[in-house]
Ligand binder design. Structure first.
Ligand code: PEP
Ligand code: MN
Length: 330
């Protein structure tokens, strides 16, 4: 059993830690993004103290317990994640569209795409400034310049911005411009990166590792939350399969489970699941049909010249056709 004690605002954390030690409990302090102690996690091998006794200790606000090891995540069931000034994502809120290029390539490309995303009913602009690439010689993103293009285009069109953070050293810079910080599939279990992104205080979009179990995925979300992240949206983007005709296998059962059983916010990314533009529309519809709270879709003004993932980029007209009869919230 993993137990977390959240602290009252005026709690004396040092005194509480002393009390916990006296009871034979090994307590790990968790800080909020401002660096203040916000909670204590009790070690698995601590002695057993009944919840009611823990709740009665001076300074304790709540006792959260989880046999699966993710009490902070469990506490968010049924709640929405707040993104930017107005968006709420998750159970009870209408599904949202996040769309944009795989890579932000120029200010013009990003702005033209943001205008199209807005026209398609989107709420968020996506685009990579820092790209994880399988080959070290492939385009790795335009970096800081791209962050500026993305923020500017999002502001000019009234969209929120989701963009990937690839390295711990970039976390503060990415979080400064992003409303939602993407953790890429390859980094789902990069725990140092999860800690750095969590500590920025921005909500996170956590993509599923290509061979990650649901339990590993949930625990990765717990890492973010334990570091101060205010909310996590899961993003199913397909897992490794046996066939190469689609890039990955879109695990719709996982989406139905997270959305319908766990009551946690989850999006579907049909672009990286399919790897080909002719399958984006049916997979997007399937994702919404099983309960996804949003779609992450790659679109490009001229897919033939895209620096990355051109084969799966939707032309704007196809994005408009797809979204025309889908129920997106603004
Ligand atoms: C992306 O969103 O462009 C991306 C790199 O996705 P993933 O991490 O799912 O491969
Ligand atoms: Mn991509």
């Amino acid at each position: 059993m993993t137990i977390i004690l959240t602290l009252q605002a005026n709690a004396d954390a040092g005194r509480l830690r002393g009390e916990l030690q006296r009871l034979g409990l090994w307590a790990q302090p968790l800080s909020n993004p401002a660096g203040q102690p916000a909670a204590f996690a009790l070690g698995q091998h601590s002695s057993h103290v009944p919840s009611a006794a823990l709740a009665a200790l001076p300074g304790v606000a709540h006792v959260l317990a989880s046999a699966a090891g993710h009490p902070l995540l469990d506490a968010l069931r049924g709640q929405t994640v707040r993104v930017g000034p107005t968006l709420r994502i998750g159970a009870g809120a209408p599904p949202v569209l996040a769309a944009g290029p795989c890579s932000a390539e120029s200010a013009d490309q990003v702005l033209a795409t943001a205008v199209a995303v807005k026209q398609a009913g989107g709420s968020l602009l996506r685009g990579g400034a820092y790209k994880p690439r399988t080959s070290p010689y492939a385009f790795a993103g335009a970096g800081r310049d791209a962050l500026g293009w993305l923020r500017d285009a999002a502001d000019r069109t009234g969209l929120a911005l989701v963009t990937e953070c690839l390295a711990e050293s970039d976390a503060a810079r990415v979080a400064e411009v992003a409303d939602l910080v993407q953790i890429g599939s390859r980094n789902m279990q990069n725990f140092a990166l999860l800690r750095a992104v969590g500590a920025t205080g921005k909500p996170a979009l956590l993509k599923r590792g290509a061979a990650a179990t649901l339990s590993e995925w949930r625990l990765a979300a717990e890492h973010l939350l334990a570091s101060g992240c205010p909310g996590v949206i899961f993003c199913e983007r397909g897992v490794r399969g046996v066939d190469s005709e689609t890039r990955n296998v879109l695990d719709l059962g996982a989406v139905a489970l997270l959305a319908g059983v766990d009551a946690l916010p989850v999006w579907v990314d049909p672009s990286h699941a399919a790897g080909r533009r002719d399958l984006i529309a049916p997979l997007a519809r399937a994702g919404l049909a099983v309960g996804a709270h949003g779609l992450l879709i790659e679109t490009h003004p001229d897919a033939a010249t895209a620096q990355s993932d051109g084969a799966q980029a939707l032309p704007f007209q196809d994005l408009f056709a797809l979204t025309a009869d889908l129920p997106f919230g603004a």
